[in-house]
Design a protein around this ligand. Structure first.
Ligand SMILES: Cc1cc2nc3c(=O)[nH]c(=O)nc-3n(C[C@H](O)[C@H](O)[C@H](O)COP(=O)(O)OP(=O)(O)OC[C@H]3O[C@@H](n4cnc5c(N)ncnc54)[C@H](O)[C@@H]3O)c2cc1C
Length: 544
C-alpha cells in the first residue's frame, strides 16, 4: 500500500478550512496531495471578509479537533467569538503545523475537471463505485484539471488519480433577475454584491461607502453584517437602509451560546433523540415521536426567551416561522454587535418589502403593495446599493465539471432538492474517484468538515469500504427523505440544502463506524455524559 500511496496523485481544490483538513489527513495517510487555491492565502472566506466579521460560533466549537486555539484566544472571554483575522491566523498556523502549506499552489484557479478513461456509459453501468469499489478504481481512469495560474500564462493541464472538491459555498453570487429597463443598468449609482464588497481591501471598502446613502438588500447574515458595518462608518448623518422581505431568527451570539445555552444543548445526543434521523431504526423513530412535544416545548421556551431579550417585534423583524421550525432548517444566526442600538439611534433604517424590488435612476424601487402599504411603489434613494442576496453553492460545485452529465447529477434535485445526492455527504455514487468535503450546513462547520476529511482519507487508504452503488443510492435516498421531512417541518421554504445541523452527531456516528472507531466518544462520566454533554471537536481528536 505504501508504494501505491506515493504513486497515487491526489488533487484538492480549495485551501479553505475544508481543503486544509482534507490535505492534512491525506498527508497523515501517506499521500502527497496538491492543493490548488485561486486566492493568495489559506483559510477561504476568512482570508478576505468585512473588517467587522467575527465568528458566530464560539471558538470552542469552531476548531479542528487536534489543534486548539492559541492561549491568547482560548484564555480571553472577550475572544469567545474571535475576529476574522484571528480565524485566518489560526487556519494558517494549522496549515503550517501539519505541512499543508508546502502542498498549496496559490493563485491557481481550477477552471475545469474532466474524467478521462472509461466512457460515460460504462461509468453509469458500474455496480461498484469507481468500477471496483476502491478510491482509485482499477487505474484506467484519471482526472485532468485545467488550471489557470495567472491571466498572463497559458492554462496548464494536470493529471490526478483522485479529486477532492473543497470549494465552499460562497464563491458564486446569487443575483436576482430584473425586467428589461428596471435592472442595475438604469441606476446612476454603484451596485455590487455583498461578496464583492466583503472581499475589497478594508480601506477601499470604507472609501466606497463614506458619506454615501447606502442601501443593503437582504436580511441574511451577510446583509445584517454589511448594513452594520456601513452604519458604523456613516453614523446617523447618512443612515444605511436595510431592505428585507423576510426576517430570520437572528439574535445576539451570547444569547445562543452563553448562560442557558441553546447552542450547547443542541449539540447533545439527547437533543438528537428528540428529532427524526435519516436511516434510523424503529425504536429511534418511536422515541423521536414520543419526544416531539418536549422538543416543541423547549423550542417555544427558547423562542419566548429570545423575544424577551431581542426587540424583534418592536422593529417589525419577527420571523414568519417559529423558532422550532427555523431550528430544523438551521435558519438561525447571530446579530452584529449593537445592531438594534444602531436602529434605535437611527444609523440603520429598516424597510420591509413585501414583494419584488427593481432599480430606477435614483435608487431602489419597492414594487407596488410594498413598503408603506399604500399600494404604490416606493423609491428608496441611494448612491450605493449592496445586494446581499445570497450565494449559488450548487453552481460553484457543478461548474468545475466538464461533462454535462456530472454537472447535472452532482447537484441533482430529483426527486427534490433538500440534500445534495452524496453518499455520507462526500461521494456521488456515480462519479468515480472524486469526493466533496464541506458542502453540508451545520451549527459549527469546521469539525464536521474535518470529520469528512478524515473519512475521505480513510477511503483513500482503503480502510473505509463502500457498499455497492445501489446500496449507496439507497442511503442517499434515505437522507433525501429525511431532508424532505425536515423541510416540511421547518415551514417549507426555510430549509438550507444539505443542512445536518440537528443530526450532526448522528452523522458523525456513521462516519466513525465506517472508519472503524467507536461513535461513543465520551470517556469517563458514563451514560450521563454520553447523553447530556455537548459533543464537540475534542471528542474526535483521537480519530486520525
Ligand atoms: C462571512 C461568513 C461568516 C461565517 N461565519 C461562520 C461561523 O461563525 N461559524 C461557522 O461554523 N461557519 C461560518 N461560516 C461558514 C464558512 O463557510 C466556514 O466557516 C468555512 O469557511 C467553510 O470552509 P470551506 O473550506 O468549506 O469553504 P471556504 O472557506 O469558502 O473556502 C473555499 C476555498 O476554495 C477556493 N476555491 C473555490 N473554487 C476554486 C477553484 N475553482 N479553484 C481554486 N480554488 C477555488 C476559494 O478561493 C476558497 O479559498 C461563515 C461564512 C461566511 C461567508
Amino acid at each position: 500500500m505504501d508504494d501505491v500511496k506515493t504513486k497515487k496523485r491526489v488533487a484538492i481544490i480549495g485551501a479553505g478550512p475544508s481543503g486544509l483538513a482534507a490535505c492534512k489527513h491525506a498527508l497523515a495517510k501517506g499521500f502527497r496531495p496538491v492543493v490548488f487555491e485561486s486566492g493568495e492565502a489559506v483559510s477561504g472566506v476568512w482570508a478576505r471578509t468585512l473588517s467587522s466579521t467575527r465568528l458566530q460560533t464560539p471558538a470552542a466549537a469552531f476548531r479542528f479537533s487536534d489543534f486548539p486555539w492559541p492561549e491568547e484566544v482560548a484564555a480571553a472571554p472577550e475572544l469567545d467569538f474571535p475576529r476574522h483575522d484571528q480565524v485566518a491566523a489560526y487556519m494558517t498556523a494549522y496549515a503550517r503545523r501539519f505541512g499543508v502549506l508546502d502542498c498549496v499552489r496559490f493563485r491557481s484557479k481550477v477552471l475545469a475537471a474532466e474524467y478521462v478513461g472509461p466512457s460515460e456509459t460504462e461509468v453509469a453501468a458500474w455496480e461498484r463505485w469507481s468500477g471496483n469499489g476502491e478510491a482509485f478504481g482499477d487505474g484506467s481512469g484519471e482526472w485532468h484539471l485545467t488550471v489557470q495560474h495567472s491571466e498572463l500564462e497559458d492554462n496548464q493541464i494536470y493529471k490526478f488519480d483522485f479529486l477532492i472538491l473543497c470549494v465552499g459555498r460562497y464563491g458564486v453570487a446569487k443575483v436576482p433577475k430584473f425586467p428589461q429597463g428596471r435592472g442595475p443598468e438604469v441606476f446612476h449609482g454603484q451596485v455590487l454584491h455583498s461578496t464583492e464588497y466583503a472581499r475589497m481591501a478594508h480601506a477601499d471598502a470604507d472609501e466606497l461607502i463614506r458619506g454615501k446613502r447606502v442601501v443593503v438588500v437582504g436580511s441574511g447574515k451577510s446583509g445584517l453584517d454589511t448594513v452594520a458595518q456601513c452604519a458604523q462608518a456613516n453614523g446617523t448623518k447618512h443612515p444605511c437602509t436595510l431592505i428585507y422581505r423576510s426576517s430570520h431568527w437572528m439574535v445576539d451570539a451570547k444569547l445562543i451560546w452563553g448562560g442557558i445555552s441553546f447552542g450547547k444543548l443542541a449539540m447533545t445526543r439527547f437533543a438528537e433523540l428528540m428529532v427524526h434521523k435519516p436511516e434510523q431504526g424503529f425504536l429511534l423513530s418511536l422515541l423521536a415521536t414520543i419526544f416531539t412535544p418536549l422538543r416543541l416545548l423547549m423550542a417555544t421556551l427558547v423562542e419566548a426567551y429570545y423575544k424577551m431579550n431581542v426587540p424583534l417585534q418592536k422593529h417589525g423583524m419577527m420571523p414568519e416561522c417559529s423558532f422550532g421550525e427555523a431550528m430544523l432548517g438551521w435558519r438561525l444566526g447571530t446579530l452584529p454587535e449593537k445592531f438594534y442600538d444602531m436602529v434605535n439611534k437611527g444609523s440603520i433604517k429598516l424597510k420591509r418589502s413585501h414583494s419584488s424590488f427593481s432599480f430606477c435612476t435614483n435608487g431602489v424601487v419597492l414594487d407596488s403593495g410594498t413598503g408603506t402599504g399604500t399600494g404604490e411603489s416606493v423609491v428608496v434613494d441611494a448612491d450605493v446599493v449592496i445586494l446581499a442576496t445570497g450565494f449559488d453553492a450548487d453552481k460553484l460545485l457543478s461548474n468545475v465539471f466538464v461533462a454535462p452529465r456530472f454537472r447535472d447529477i452532482i447537484v441533482s434535485s430529483e426527486p427534490s432538492d433538500t440534500m445534495l445526492p452524496l453518499y455520507r455527504q462526500c461521494v456521488h455514487p456515480r462519479i468515480p474517484q472524486m469526493a466533496v468535503v464541506g458542502y453540508v450546513e451545520c451549527a459549527a462547520s469546521i469539525y464536521p468538515y474535518e470529520m469528512m476529511a478524515k473519512w475521505v482519507a480513510h477511503l483513500l487508504a482503503g480502510v473505509v469500504r463502500l457498499p455497492g452503488v445501489e446500496d449507496m443510492e439507497r442511503s442517499v435516498a434515505e437522507w433525501e427523505r429525511w431532508g424532505q421531512w425536515a423541510k416540511r417541518r421547518s415551514g417549507g421554504v426555510f430549509f438550507l440544502r444539505s443542512c445536518i445541523g440537528t443530526v450532526t452527531t448522528w452523522y458523525h456516528d456513521q462516519l466513525c463506524r465506517d472508519m472503524g472507531y467507536s461513535p461513543r466518544r465520551k470517556k469517563g462520566g458514563g451514560l450521563l455524559a454520553e447523553w447530556l454533554q455537548p459533543y464537540g471537536p475534542p471528542d474526535y481528536a483521537a480519530i486520525q
